[in-house]
Design a protein around this ligand. Structure first.
Ligand code: GLN
Length: 484
């Protein structure tokens, strides 16, 4: 593949940008190649259903504009890099549906800060991607557009909720994509699809233009095929934004320079017991052993540790996330947003009954219940106190000299389409290793570390808040050492 002129979009992010800046390739040619893959991959019975909207002419026009800017010598760190964006992140050209019937055809009047920054740095948004409605799910099956399929096995899910973005990157259509995370929706599909998924510290990337699911947990994250590519894209979208008061006020140090693999002497890596239960898939367990050997090989010191409140994380997450969701989704009432069914008197009820899918309704009911008068202390208050205990578990380890934690990203590899749709609790448990980072506002990354029964396995790295640099350094080391 490498160097093949008709597949310029299969190169790394760095290589595409360097070639476009040096005029060795054009953004237009790269964009056309990516779109040809998308059009081809989304037609016929084997289609992935990953990219749910695109506009060939608009993308080519944007690419030509980038070629013009490259010719004038503008600073374009992502010159001509084709990307896809999860459909709960606002774009002003393509629709933003959140995979909900309620927002069918909705076009945002403004763009998300992350999307604006991608475009300013020369990236070309070539499509919007499928997701679980409003980000609620772990398989991309809860979508008004129908499920996305796993690129390596059409009978399986790609993970979720950012499954469309993960599948598009894993299929080789684009080198990078945006997703969003509330409880693992970037890391879990990255693990299932065999690519890198990076969830930044809460506050590193603006949430402006990300349709809110649970505001205290949500962050935009990045998919890519390598650690270096993910770091480069995150660098572009990170940093202060006057439009989101929860974004940190200082510009973070760039991460791309940390992605050059090197020795990890002095790095202390904790391996929490609670993330290696007896039921863990055996292929995942052995891939984790290999990744830990790679870290030792590079000079890191690996130590067994404990995060005792881990088992309360999933229940606490589903109380907090649904409470915030019930409140955030009240805006979809048929007046401010949403398709209003004709000829009805009760606008709220008819819009919401017809517009929301069943998982979203389940979450709104659960969230309304845990916040109800007389009960909110018992449910919501308790969940908030558990969240504090989980934060303290991490703080204690990081204070005791642990720089980084290593865990599996998921308890099992990609499951079959339909396998968990009748059992919401089984679906919720697929987030068991990822929700903690969102609850504690920590940065976390999933990278491919091997296979189990032929399916990709992800390893997860977690670090103290703002220490994405430590994660990127260690992940780049594992990636080079394992050379999968
Ligand atoms: N699967 C989790 C949920 O359904 C996480 C989703 C997400 O991170 N957006 O809430």
């Amino acid at each position: 593949v490498s160097g093949a002129p008709h597949r310029p979009h299969r190169q790394s992010v760095a290589r595409i940008a360097a070639d476009v800046v040096a005029r060795a390739a054009t953004a237009e040619a790269v964009t056309r190649a990516a779109l040809a893959d998308i059009v081809n991959g989304e037609s016929g019975p084997g289609r992935l259903n990953a990219v749910i909207s695109y506009d060939l002419e608009a993308a080519v026009a944007a690419a030509r504009a980038v070629d013009g800017r490259a010719g004038r010598g503008d600073h374009l760190p992502l010159a001509g890099v084709p990307v896809v964006v999860k459909d709960n992140i606002c774009t002003s050209d393509l629709p933003t549906t959140c995979a909900s019937r309620l927002l069918a055809g909705y076009i945002s009047p403004y763009e998300a800060t992350a999307v604006r920054r991608l475009r300013e740095s020369g990236a070309i948004v070539v499509g919007k991607t499928n997701l679980d409605e409003f980000g609620m799910g772990s398989s991309t099956e809860n979508s008004a557009h129908g499920p996305t399929r796993h690129p390596a096995d059409r009978t399986r899910v790609p993970g979720g909720s950012s499954g469309g973005s993960a599948a598009a990157v894993a299929a080789g259509w684009v080198p990078a994509a945006l997703g969003s995370e509330t409880g693992g929706s970037v890391r879990q599909p990255a693990a299932f699809c065999g690519i890198v998924g990076l969830k930044p510290s809460y506050g590193r990337v603006s949430r402006y233009g990300l349709v809110a699911y649970a505001s205290s947990l949500d962050q935009i994250g990045v998919f890519a095929r390598s650690v270096a590519d993910a770091a480069r894209v995150l660098d572009v979208i990170a940093g202060p934004d006057p439009r989101d008061a929860t974004t940190a006020s200082r510009t973070p140090e760039p991460l791309a320079p940390c992605a050059a693999p090197g020795p990890l002497n002095g790095l202390v890596v904790g391996v929490p017991d609670e993330y290696f239960p007896d039921e863990l898939d055996p292929g995942i367990r052995s891939a984790c052993t290999d990744a830990l050997d790679a870290l030792r090989q590079l000079g890191a010191h690996v130590r067994a540790v404990s995060l005792p409140h881990t088992r309360y994380a999933v229940p606490a997450y589903y109380v907090i996330a649904t409470a915030e969701a019930a409140s955030n989704l009240s805006r979809f009432d048929g007046v401010r947003y949403g398709v209003r069914p004709a000829g009805t008197d009760d606008v709220y009820e008819s819009t919401r009954s017809a517009g929301f899918g069943s998982e979203v309704k389940r979450r709104i009911m659960l969230g309304t219940y845990v916040l109800s008068a007389g009960y909110h202390e018992m449910y919501y208050g308790t969940a908030q106190r558990v969240r504090t205990l989980i934060v303290r578990d991490f703080d204690t380890l990081f204070r005791d000299g642990i720089h980084l934690l290593f865990t599996p990203t998921t308890p099992s590899p990609a499951f079959a389409i339909g396998e968990k749709t009748d059992d919401p609790y089984a679906m919720y448990l697929s987030d068991i290793f990822t929700v903690t980072a969102n609850l504690a506002a920590l940065p976390a990354l999933s990278l491919p570390i091997g296979r189990s029964a032929g399916l990709p396995v992800g390893g997860q790295l977690l670090a103290p808040r703002w220490r994405e640099d430590t994660i990127v350094r260690a992940a780049a080391g594992i990636e080079a050492e394992l050379a999968l």
